[in-house]
Design a binder for this molecule. Structure first.
Ligand code: DLL
Length: 443
């Protein structure tokens, strides 16, 4: 069945009072919450008291959300330097769980939660699922990883919050995923977009797509493009949604797009967003891309002031077609630290994804960027999987395709690219966040 032909769901809004509040009402709520969180961290977290004293700011100087610029920034390095629990703003006994980054080397970024933090997290993920038209009757197959990574638990709490059935699969074992999805009659799937593509291709290959009841995909935890959305939707005949979050702020459920797909609504009653010019720290105008910075307005266990996410997006505040007045982010282009400067040109993996997917025929959206330095010059090689037939066909056709991909990528990126076409399933499939870049330059 084609997408939208089968749209029995009507979008609902979990909390219209907040999600559709006027700007004045939202600002008033944000101001109250900001004053409260500033007072709490000043009194209870020596790190923030010291930083604020160095800047000559006292809690009383913050009279409303318009004063946010007076507050200090917090960086990932600050969080790491205070590992694991030195930024705690509640007694240890009030902490009910920890979550963290999915990284496998070095110190983790660890985030403790109070019971209220967990409840807010579930509420936010629940709002996101509602945005996708999901409710009590739905069965949500969660194949984000469970564990310290926030993906699994976040979507699970979200499903519980709206009274849906959570199916806690975690990632891996494609055959088992397909079996459970079919047998449990799951109506939504939640996983990274790269894993969704992998599952979608496997399901198409196994001929099970038409037997599935899935109608929505909840994808995030890594940058992905509109073209990738369309690709997954076209294989699975579902509607795909973009969910954003980071463990420092709460996990998934900081922002998500609705059925109109006009940007990700940010739950700004809980997480106050600023978009700043990364070079000058000046606020960006609406529509201008910059670094996203968050202040947690209601977090108890480990509140953060002006946390620099390094994620790049822009913000708009006009009302969405769905009726929500919450600010919206455009799809994320990547992170400041994902961006590779190649011979002076800024390159994001998402640009490669868009270019490859808009080429159509023969080229798969499985790719890897490798950056080397040869004779003091940056060299970018892009590995791209292509249709099997090119490897059994005349060599001339493979050469022609390679030249075409090189031309398309050169036009999209503005730098020349060595293209290496590889056979299907050569590039590692990820079950979590995809690794898109290997930088061998040791910069
Ligand atoms: O990735 C939380 C999450 C889980 C989000 C499941 C969505 C779904 P971290 O492991 O702390 O938390 O990684 C956070 O991932 O700063 C972004 O760089 C990136 N990211 C997350 N969601 C998106 C998205 C989870 N929708 C980091 N688009 C963030 C682009 C995303 N990047």
């Amino acid at each position: 069945m084609a997408k939208n032909e089968s749209k029995p769901w009507v979008e609902t809004i979990l909390d219209p009072k907040v999600e559709c509040a006027s700007r004045d009402e939202m600002s008033a709520l944000q101001s109250e919450r900001l004053k409260d969180v500033v007072r709490r961290v000043y009194e209870r977290v020596p790190f923030y008291q010291k930083k604020m004293k160095e800047m000559g700011v006292e809690p009383g100087d913050i009279r409303g959300i318009e004063d946010i610029g007076k507050l200090p920034f917090t960086t990932k390095e600050d969080v790491r330097a205070n590992y694991p629990f030195q930024l705690l703003a509640v007694p240890n006994a009030d902490v009910v769980r920890v979550q963290g980054t999915s990284g496998t080397t070095g110190k983790l970024v660890v985030m403790p939660y109070s019971q209220k933090d967990v409840d807010v997290w579930g509420e936010c993920c629940g709002r996101g699922l509602t945005m996708a038209g999901l409710g009590r009757e739905d069965r949500i197959h969660v194949c984000y990883g469970y564990g310290l990574f926030t993906g699994g638990m976040g979507l699970d709490y979200g499903a519980t919050h709206i009274g849906a059935m959570a199916i806690p699969m975690s990632s891996g074992n494609t055959k088992r995923q397909m079996m459970c999805m079919e047998d449990f009659e799951a109506t939504a799937i939640a996983c990274t977009p790269s894993y969704a593509l992998h599952l979608a291709e496997a399901m198409a290959e196994a001929g099970v797509v038409d037997r599935l009841k899935i109608r929505a995909g909840i994808h995030g935890a890594e940058p992905w493009t509109e073209e990738m959305r369309k690709k997954i939707e076209s294989i699975l005949h579902i509607d795909c949604f973009d969910i954003y979050g980071l463990c420092e702020i709460t996990g998934p459920g900081v922002a998500m797009d609705c059925i109109h797909h006009k940007g990700l609504h940010v739950y700004e009653d809980y997480f106050y967003p600023e978009v700043l010019n990364p070079a000058t720290d000046a606020p960006c105008a609406e529509g201008e891309t910059g670094e996203l910075v968050f202040t947690t307005l209601a977090k108890e266990a480990l509140p953060l002031l002006r946390y620099r996410t390094k994620d790049l997006t822009d913000i708009t505040r006009d009302k969405c077609d769905c009726g929500r007045t919450l600010a919206r982010f455009n799809k994320f282009t990547g992170r400041t630290d994902d961006m590779k400067v190649i011979r002076g040109v800024n390159v994001f993996p998402t640009q490669v994804e868009t270019a490859l997917l808009s080429m159509g025929g023969g080229v798969a959206p499985h790719y890897l960027l490798i950056v080397d330095r040869e004779d003091n010059l940056d060299v970018l090689t892009v590995l791209v999987e292509v249709d099997e037939r090119y490897f059994s066909d005349e060599i001339r056709k493979l050469d022609e395709l390679r030249a075409k991909v090189a031309r398309v990528l050169h036009d999209a990126l503005g730098v020349s690219v060595n293209v290496k076409l590889v056979e299907p399933k050569t590039i590692d499939r990820s079950e979590g966040k995809a690794k898109r870049v290997i930088d061998n330059r040791n910069l």
